[in-house]
Design a protein around this ligand. Structure first.
Ligand code: ADP
Ligand code: MG
Ligand code: ZN
Length: 498
């Protein structure tokens, strides 16, 4: 008898306990300037503290002016999430002391956020789910601290304020997620939505999209809420899921041992492959929020909101559905092609340039995606224009070039930036389909290998492959292998017609 594998600690914990998870996601907005001053919002690669001014340095007397485009991008996000857009909103000061915050407070939104409520749809293992959104609000990012060594033992630390004041949108979710897998799927869907809206670059590694996860457990069947921990700075999908799985096991063990959990803030330690306590929530944060007297309240007219609604692009789900209906793609193909807006656009451009949709989907998702990945590029930055791919695929569809030739040309095109369809003509790579020429080649192959011909006629199928191979070699791979196969069978009839 074979034994079932032992259930893991995670599976055991999940049998008894139901996780309750809510995410707080911070997304840097893709504006040109910072939230309250004219400095650049894109500070990547700039020398430390070279993207600052009196306002974002918090110098006395400097006054903030709200970035209208950041407000618009936040409202756009709220509209995509079916949130209620506030007619009246305002900025508040969130007071705390930390060296990355030059003013001693962060301008954020407290009781009147720009967007309230709504929901996000996402897929888990093929099933559709939705989680409610609590609010979407706007604030400013803090600067960056660089520690010389490990943070608690660093001899000194550097302060770089290039990031201070960059527009940051916070999307707070209701505790509606019921497993680490669901939490991951939610974040995948949210990131995808932000990319489609063009309001964030989705770069979790560099921190322009950041996620904190709140998690508690309750006995299965209960509808109360347990004591939660907040796990900070989860900068990839993988880490989000692993940290939550670790918390499920840790919290279950504590609860089962009768040890009450304390509300606390934890962080993910890659070295320990565990979440570690950072601070207790007992010392409840006292931010002494109050309205920022330097910034007027935000009033959004109905027509302004409607103008933004008109700016909403086609969203991922709608686009996937349309690709299926218009081009007869499978669900899996449509999903894969709509993962990123750039990918979907490229596909549609290839089809618009004349490629058969089924071929375009297959080649983009398999050949081109693989080549791009190896070259650390995307289809948009591959150097292969959509119409170039389309012309190659038209040749493939008409069997003018073989699949093998097309694959080799595509690889070369990605490497050298040449037009693959032009290479077909320059190098005379069109498939030999002239009946007379092919028949001639087939006869030569048979004459050169009479044994193989006899073997095939005697019932050995592999002997035919050898003859096809000989013709392919003699024609430099340009013969249409299917036609060669057919011609050989016609020339070498088997007894009984087999
Ligand atoms: P804080 O300001 O301390 O972060 P919030 O009330 O704003 O607290 O809640 C933040 C997040 O915590 C939300 O995403 C919410 O869904 C989640 N959350 C609240 N209560 C629980 C709970 N008992 N278990 C898990 N998550 C929770
Ligand atoms: Mg929080
Ligand atoms: Zn500035």
């Amino acid at each position: 008898m074979t034994q079932a594998p032992a259930p893991t600690a995670l599976a055991l914990a999940l049998e008894r306990w139901e996780p309750v998870i809510g995410l707080e996601v911070h997304a840097q907005l893709r504006t040109r300037s910072k939230m309250f001053c004219g400095c650049r919002a894109d500070y990547v690669g700039l020398a430390p503290n070279h993207n600052t001014c009196p306002t974002c340095l918090g110098l006395p007397g400097a006054l903030p002016v709200a970035n209208l485009e950041a407000i618009r991008q936040t409202v756009l996000t709220g509209l995509a999430l079916q949130s209620r857009i506030a007619e009246h909103s305002k900025f508040d000061r969130k007071n705390y002391f930390y060296p990355d915050l030059p003013k001693g407070y962060q301008i954020s939104q407290f009781d009147l956020p720009l967007c309230v409520g709504g929901w996000l749809e996402f897929d888990v293992a093929g099933a559709q789910r939705a989680a409610r959104i609590t609010r979407v609000h706007l604030e400013e990012d803090a600067g960056k601290l660089v520690h010389a060594g490990e943070i608690h033992h660093a001899g000194f630390s550097f302060v770089d304020l290039n990031r201070a004041g960059v527009p940051l949108m916070e999307i707070v979710g209701e505790p509606d997620l019921r497993s680490p897998t669901e939490a991951r799927a939610y974040l995948v869907a949210l990131r995808q939505l932000l990319l489609y809206l063009g309001v964030n670059d989705g770069n979790m590694e560099e921190g322009s999209l950041r996620c904190d996860a709140n998690i508690s457990l309750r006995p299965r069947g209960a509808d109360t809420l347990g004591v939660r921990t907040e796990v900070k700075n989860l900068n990839s999908f993988r880490i989000l899921q692993r940290a939550l799985e670790h918390e499920v096991v840790r919290q279950a063990a504590a609860l089962e041992a009768g040890r009450p959990l304390a509300p606390e803030t934890r962080g993910w330690s890659e070295a320990e492959a565990a979440t570690v306590s950072q601070r207790s929530k007992e010392e409840a944060d006292d931010y002494r929020y109050f309205p920022d007297p330097d910034l007027p309240p935000i009033r959004l007219g109905r027509d302004e909101v409607e103008a933004l609604r008109a700016r909403l692009p086609e969203l991922p789900r709608a686009r996937a559905l349309r690709l299926r209906q218009m081009h007869g793609l499978s669900d899996a193909e449509a999903r894969a092609l709509t993962e990123r807006p750039g990918e979907a656009l490229y596909f549609e451009q290839v089809v618009a340039a004349g490629a058969p949709a089924a071929l375009a989907a297959g080649w983009q998702l398999n050949e081109l995606a693989g080549l791009c990945q190896r070259a650390h590029r995307t289809v948009e930055t591959s150097g292969l224009a959509p119409d170039q791919l389309a012309r190659l695929l038209v040749l493939v569809g008409a069997r003018t070039v073989s699949g093998a030739t097309a694959k080799a040309l595509l690889a070369e095109a990605i490497e050298t930036g040449q037009d693959p369809a032009r290479l077909v003509d320059e190098r005379g790579l069109r498939q030999l389909s002239d009946e007379e020429q092919l028949t001639d080649q087939v006869d030569r192959a048979i004459a050169a290998a009479p044994r193989a011909a006899q073997d095939f006629q005697a019932g050995n199928d592999r002997a035919l492959s050898a003859l096809v191979g000989a013709v392919m070699a003699a024609t430099g791979g340009r013969a249409d292998a299917r036609r060669v196969d057919a011609l050989l069978r016609r020339r070498l009839p088997r007894e009984g017609g087999g």
